[in-house]
Each structure stands twice: as structure tokens, then as C-alpha cells.
Design a protein around this ligand. Structure first.
Ligand code: ZN
Length: 228
């Protein structure tokens, strides 16, 4: 079993599954998250609860420390730079208006600095080409280049592992079932948060959310395909 990894954890369905995946493969797993001026703090509020529940399943590895890094300065910069292009991005890829260009590159750079200090061998993230073809910084080709840049820049090999890269949302649920059984699936449904509107009032079979925003539609569709 490899020693240690750092999971990019947002408390969404994908990163929750990644955390379970990492705990089943690494002896020590830390998490990192980012506060960059999101419209809703729901994901940041759900993270301690979700982390604790996943750790309690006893998947193998030990859950270490969590760190939330405030990068709201970057969030403000990226948002103001995008205002004239936002409508185009929405139209082409169905991306949310909160889409921040190059966001994953910034996340990975900061995570790499933390991983270096913590002695982690790998960064693990829920980046996925399958459902969000519009995010160029989620593509494996981008991450291969980033992995090389970070390893060169740090003077030490650092892997970027993306277990969900070629999975559909339904296949991500199946992976959760394989990793932690029905208990893991149920706690991801109940405690993970994906909705862009920050809705924790409306409970559906697939979890909480407005049911209308692109993230909710995708999650509902994935759950329906998984459950059928
Ligand atoms: Zn929603």
C-alpha cells in the first residue's frame, strides 16, 4: 500500500467517491479544499460531516488532516476577467455562470505545495472528461502536462490520479458501491452536495438540490441510470 495521498475534496459526489477510493489504496489520506468566493458555502459546511462519515466506514487507510485554503482573490480576478465571455461559455458547454477558467490548474498548484510539505506521493481529484466535455482543465491531457510541470517544478515526482476520468455519473455511483457498499452510496446521497444553487431543502432520491440547475440535472440523470 502506497504511503500517502492528498485528495482535492469539495464535498460533492465525485470528490466523496475519490476520498473513498483513496482510503482503500493509501495508508494515509489528507484532504484539501478551496474557498474562492463561491456563491454558497454549503459545500464547505458539508465537508467535515461527509469526511467523518466516510472515514468511519473503515476502508483501509487513515484519514488525516483537512485544509481549506482561501483563494477568494483569485476567484474575484477570474470572475471579472470572464464577464464578457460568460454567456458564450454557458451556450457552448452548458457550463454554469460560476465557471472559473483554469480553476483546476490553480487548485492543483496549491495542492501540490501542500502535498510536498505533507510528503504525499499523489494528488487525487474527481476531474472527468465524460460528462463535462466543456472543461478544458479537466481533460487528462491537461493533467498529464500539469503532472509533469509540477514534478519538474517541485524536483520530486508527484502523480495526479483521476479515478473518475472516463466514468459516467452512473458508473461513479457503481464505483462507490464497489468501494463501500450500500452504506457508502447512502451517505454520499445524503451528505454530499452538488447543487449550484446551494439548495439543502429539497430532498430527492439522489440527494439534496434544486433539481433544476445543470449540476442537479446531471446528478439526477446519473442516479436514474445507476438505479435502473
Ligand atoms: Zn441544483
Amino acid at each position: 500500500m502506497p504511503a500517502s495521498a492528498l485528495v482535492l475534496f469539495s464535498a460533492g459526489q465525485d470528490s466523496a467517491t475519490c476520498l473513498a477510493w483513496a482510503l482503500s489504496r493509501y495508508r494515509q489520506v489528507d484532504t484539501i479544499g478551496f474557498s474562492y468566493g463561491q456563491r454558497h458555502r454549503v459545500e464547505l459546511d458539508q465537508r467535515p460531516l461527509l469526511r467523518g462519515r466516510i472515514a468511519a466506514l473503515g476502508l483501509g487507510g487513515a484519514l488525516g488532516e483537512d485544509r481549506v485554503v482561501d483563494i477568494s482573490g483569485y476567484g474575484a480576478l477570474a470572475e471579472s476577467a470572464l464577464t464578457t465571455e460568460a454567456a458564450i461559455v454557458m451556450a457552448e458547454g452548458g457550463l454554469p455562470s460560476t465557471f472559473v477558467p483554469g480553476r483546476n490548474l490553480v487548485f492543483l498548484s496549491i495542492a501540490a505545495a501542500h502535498a510536498y510539505r505533507r510528503g504525499a506521493e499523489a494528488l487525487i481529484g474527481g476531474m472527468c472528461e465524460t460528462d463535462y466535455s466543456g472543461y478544458p482543465d479537466c481533460r487528462r491531457e491537461t493533467l498529464d502536462a500539469m503532472e509533469r510541470a509540477l514534478s519538474l517544478g517541485l524536483g520530486r515526482a508527484l502523480r495526479i490520479e483521476t479515478p473518475l476520468m472516463y466514468k459516467t455519473k452512473a458508473q461513479t455511483w457503481t464505483l462507490a458501491l464497489e468501494l463501500g457498499g450500500a452504506a457508502l452510496v447512502e451517505l454520499i446521497v445524503e451528505h454530499s452536495h452538488t447543487c449550484y444553487e446551494g439548495d439543502r431543502e429539497h430532498r430527492h432520491v439522489w440527494g439534496y438540490g434544486c433539481g433544476i440547475c445543470p449540476a442537479c440535472v446531471l446528478r439526477a440523470k446519473g442516479w436514474a441510470a445507476f438505479a435502473s
